[in-house]
Design a protein around this ligand. Sequence first.
Ligand code: NAG
Ligand code: NAG
Ligand code: NAG
Length: 534
Amino acid sequence: MDRSSPQTVLLALLSVLLIGGCQGGNILGVFTSISPSHLIIHMSMAKVLAENGHNVTVVTVLKPSVNHKDITVVQIPMTEEEHKIMSATMSHLASKDNGNMVISMFRSMGRMQFMMDKMRDIMKDQRVKDLYENKNNKFDLVLLGYFLNTYQLGIAHKLKAPIVIAASMPPNELFKSIVGNPSAASFVPAMNMAVERGEVMTFVQRIQNFFTNIAMEVFIAIIKNYNANSYKEIYGDDPNMPAFEELGKNVSLAFFTSHALSEGPIRPNVPAVIEVGGIQITDKPNPLPKQLAEFLSNADNGAILLSLGSNVKSSHLKSDTNNKIFNVLSKLKQRIIWKWEDLDNTPGKSDNILYSKWLPQDDILAHPNITLFITHAGKGGITEAQYHGKPMLALPIFADQPSNALRMVKYGFGLSLSLLTLEEEPFKESLTELLENPHYTHKVKTFSALYRDRPISARESVLFWCEYVMRHHGAPHLQSPLLKMNYIEANNLDVLALLVVIIIVFIYISKYVISAIIRKLKEKPKNTNKIKKH
Ligand SMILES: *[C@@H]1O[C@H](CO)[C@@H](O)[C@H](O)[C@H]1NC(C)=O
Ligand SMILES: *[C@@H]1O[C@H](CO)[C@@H](O)[C@H](O)[C@H]1NC(C)=O
Ligand SMILES: *[C@@H]1O[C@H](CO)[C@@H](O)[C@H](O)[C@H]1NC(C)=O
């Protein structure tokens, strides 16, 4: 059936030029984290790019809730078996006290293994390999959702495309070998330290911070070993692939979900660090589903949103805890929207409580009648509440949640209670304090104004920098020299050693010269003496 006339060929050529022209890039997003909150961040980046004329293909495990005609999703879902393990992992973590970030980090490591194995196996899946084995695929940029998965950087080398990292956290030690940000343990508090803005760490805090950084280094070293093995497993058969140690040296830049200007900490960042905190927040809230909108518009005494996040389902908690929460909330005059999965099995019915399985959290928090957010203190939720100026009661569970809560309380945006030891009385007291004392709302609203005040929005920033990297085919000129230096060079220890040697040599020479002079001086009088005697 050869019916191609010159006109149709021309037309086809023209449409290819128009659709796939230089304006729109072909972008591959590798978003394999099993944490829904990470996927929300990553998909909001994909969406900005798609909305601005780029063709985005994303590899995910979870099903993204974002749809766009220019986003093609290659989903490699978890098996039934994996779903079960995942669920068991989460209830296990939710049953332990995870107050100390470092201890909780090490404790959850064995459990995290499962997630990491899944992320590794995805890269061996034929559907992912097709992306680079198919010679017709040409990508202008790889956007990698980064969480302890350095070996996944390999896919950019396979595709010969520049790579940008999308982290769902602020810059920290984990990224030292990728963006070459300087360490600054003496004045940059680690995530688990709550230091007021403008305050300096005390001597004891600096000791604590010093050792936290060392613990992080140990953690990174263990993960690095795992990553090196995964890298060998996935790409080991290709002699053209760079050594594992070289991978981090070819990252163009990295996005972080923080905003140091308002949140702190004030720290030095290299130019490849781009902060896009709040990227998941839409500039204008979407209209709420009818049921929610009605429930909130009739909230004469205000309303509270309760969500313990997407990792831990309410059913993972002791039913006792849920009952205690219900007993207190059902007696309030405020209305409550409670994120709850199993609608056939709720902790109880009450006129002021609306259970819902799925919630547009950001849009609800934007609603003027919401006066309080009860949260598990995930970074995403806290960010949204801070953006909309809503005070919080944190009930943290694990990972970075306890430290997020600690910082939120330190800033005066709310209070925090341990979910594991939650009792009705303190829970009620905290709610009363938060609902009646305007101090918290005032603090968080002041912050909100600062958080929103930026030269360009987080979304504009993602778009600009991705296009920048595509325009210049990578950004090696942004690379931090620290990436190519070892510890001794980076800290000028060799220069200091040279100085010490010079000083020592100088001291020896001086000593030699001085004693020689003294000897000479002593000899002369002797000689004259001798002459006199003779
Ligand atoms: C967009 O990406 C999809 C999936 O990778 C691909 O099939 C399609 O041809 C691309 N479209 C253009 C215009 O490049
Ligand atoms: C680094 O990335 C660029 C594309 O940005 C590529 O041309 C170059 O070959 C890469 N270098 C290595 C060592 O892989
Ligand atoms: C908030 O609640 C008040 C009192 O019920 C109501 O009059 C108002 O319309 C609500 N606001 C919105 C935006 O729904």
